[in-house]
Design a protein around this ligand. Structure first.
Ligand SMILES: Nc1ncnc2c1ncn2[C@@H]1O[C@H](COP(=O)(O)OP(=O)(O)OP(=O)(O)O)[C@@H](O)[C@H]1O
Ligand SMILES: [Mg+2]
Length: 122
């Protein structure tokens, strides 16, 4: 199991969410974060004075999937988050040791996403 963590522009989230949902990956978390990349933020001017704004707002997506599904999730994020401009964001893939559905106590890959579980109430 892997966790795909992506820092993206807010505008990219809705098409990513929709495509992941359609592909059988409805389960994810998002957090509004602030961050900087290699440009170390940007510099703006206010009434002649330079203001260093080091942190830019981004959206963080966390999506835990079977290892074999990582490529599909990453490709979906790339497809919608890449504009070609600086600040498009970054994706990290982390190992996940265990997953447990609290309601039932089930564990393992079957609890991660809908497309393998097959027992979702209509
Ligand atoms: N190494 C990192 N660790 C944690 N978060 C990061 C890292 N790199 C980028 N981020 C997060 O991703 C956001 C977007 O990064 P960004 O796209 O600016 O990366 P970059 O390496 O500067 O690439 P680019 O040159 O395309 O801007 C940052 O604001 C930060 O929230
Ligand atoms: Mg950058």
């Amino acid at each position: 199991m892997k966790m795909v963590v992506a820092y993206i522009r807010h505008e990219a989230f809705e098409p990513i969410r929709q495509e992941l949902l359609d592909a059988g990956f409805p389960s994810l978390s998002i957090t509004e974060v602030k961050g900087s990349g290699r440009q170390k933020g940007i510099t703006e001017r206010y009434r002649g004075a330079e203001l260093a704004i080091h942190l830019r707002p981004k959206l963080k997506i966390e999506c835990v999937v079977e290892t074999g599904d990582v490529e599909q999730v990453v490709e979906t994020i790339l497809k919608h988050a890449r504009t070609g401009e600086i600040g498009d964001g970054k994706i990290f893939v982390l190992p996940v040791e265990e997953a447990i559905r609290i309601r039932t106590g089930e564990s393992g890959e079957d609890v991660l996403q809908a497309h393998t579980a097959g027992d979702i109430p209509a």
